[in-house]
Design a protein around this ligand. Structure first.
Ligand SMILES: C[S@@+](CC[C@H](N)C(=O)[O-])C[C@H]1O[C@@H](n2cnc3c(N)ncnc32)[C@H](O)[C@@H]1O
Length: 279
């Protein structure tokens, strides 16, 4: 497959490996573009630019989400969690889960899962696991939790009899209510022992209904439909779990680092929370 030339001034893209459709925008590559990466194609950049037109805070939101994810990983790795199952992992640049976790404890193990085949290709460009730990990349869909739990990469990396941090960062909004996202989360957590954690984030329209609706429409037009959810709807994903302080808040308000600037909530528009699976 020949990759189209990038538009003038746009970053270069990776060569498109066989099996990767570069004619349809994909959320992982759109986000990669917004965060300054090069693992994206013209169709992704165009869809991302259209979304940025209606949602100018998207870049701020994506950056804040990544910072939330880093703070949560550091906290959990620091309290003894050594296993991370990151579903909807995306195409990170520097701040990989294993890079952050293994800086705290080199023995940490991370199983990355995403439904975009480019994620597996991109993984080859990422820093490797520390020798004491382990990292795997699997292509699978969140809507098939049993397949994820049985995936050889996941099983070869994680011991599911020991606590795991289930990471669902900015991915649940790609799952419509009709596919029962809360049920998918329950199925995944049911396979994990007490002391496991759920780390999740989710875009919302709570702070700007008009822009939220425009973003939803832009996603539909780009072929990447999204389902923004309210605080109450997002909180429902944590039913039966023990929420860590400060509970469900904007990602920028979740245990911010000292001195960290707090952007306007209308730019962040993404909730985050961390919760523990009780005994
Ligand atoms: C917005 S990105 C978030 C990436 C990363 N978790 C973060 O927070 O920066 C959403 C990711 O979820 C993946 N994704 C979307 N729908 C999915 C599904 N049904 N199953 C697995 N991954 C999915 C996309 O390919 C993309 O990599």
């Amino acid at each position: 497959m020949t990759e189209p030339e990038p538009a003038a001034g746009q970053p270069a893209s990776p060569l498109a490996p066989p099996g990767i459709d570069t004619t349809v925008a994909h959320p992982a590559r759109m986000l990669n573009y917004v965060l300054g990466g090069t693992a994206n194609f013209p169709v992704d950049r165009e869809a991302a630019e259209r979304r940025l037109e209606v949602l100018p805070g998207w870049r701020t939101s994506a950056q804040q989400n990544r910072q939330f994810h880093a703070r949560a990983i550091r906290l959990l790795a620091g309290t003894g969690i050594t296993q991370f199952l990151d579903i909807g992992a995306g195409l990170p640049a520097a701040d990989t889960v294993h890079g952050i976790a293994q800086a705290v404890n080199p023995a940490c193990r991370v199983a990355y899962v995403d439904n975009d085949p480019l994620v597996l290709v991109h993984a080859r460009t990422l820093p490797p696991s520390r020798p004491e730990g382990r990292v795997s990349y699997s292509q699978a869909d969140l809507r098939e939790p049993d397949r994820i739990l049985a995936d050889p990469g996941v099983r070869g990396t994680l011991d599911l009899s020991q606590p795991v941090a289930l990471m669902l960062l900015a991915v649940l909004h790609f799952i419509p209510d009709a596919d029962d996202p809360a049920g998918l989360v329950r199925t995944l957590l049911a396979a994990l022992p007490a002391g496991s954690y759920l780390v999740a984030s989710h875009p919302t329209q709570d702070f700007d209904l008009v822009r939220g609706e425009q973003a939803t429409q832009a996603g539909n037009r780009a072929g990447v439909p999204v389902w923004l959810r309210t605080r109450a709807e997002f909180t429902g994903f944590f039913a039966g779990l023990g929420l860590l302080d400060p509970g469900v808040v904007l990602v920028s308000d979740w245990r911010p680092d000292p001195g960290q600037p707090r952007p306007d909530p209308r730019l962040v528009t993404c909730y985050g929370a961390v919760a523990r699976q009780p005994c």
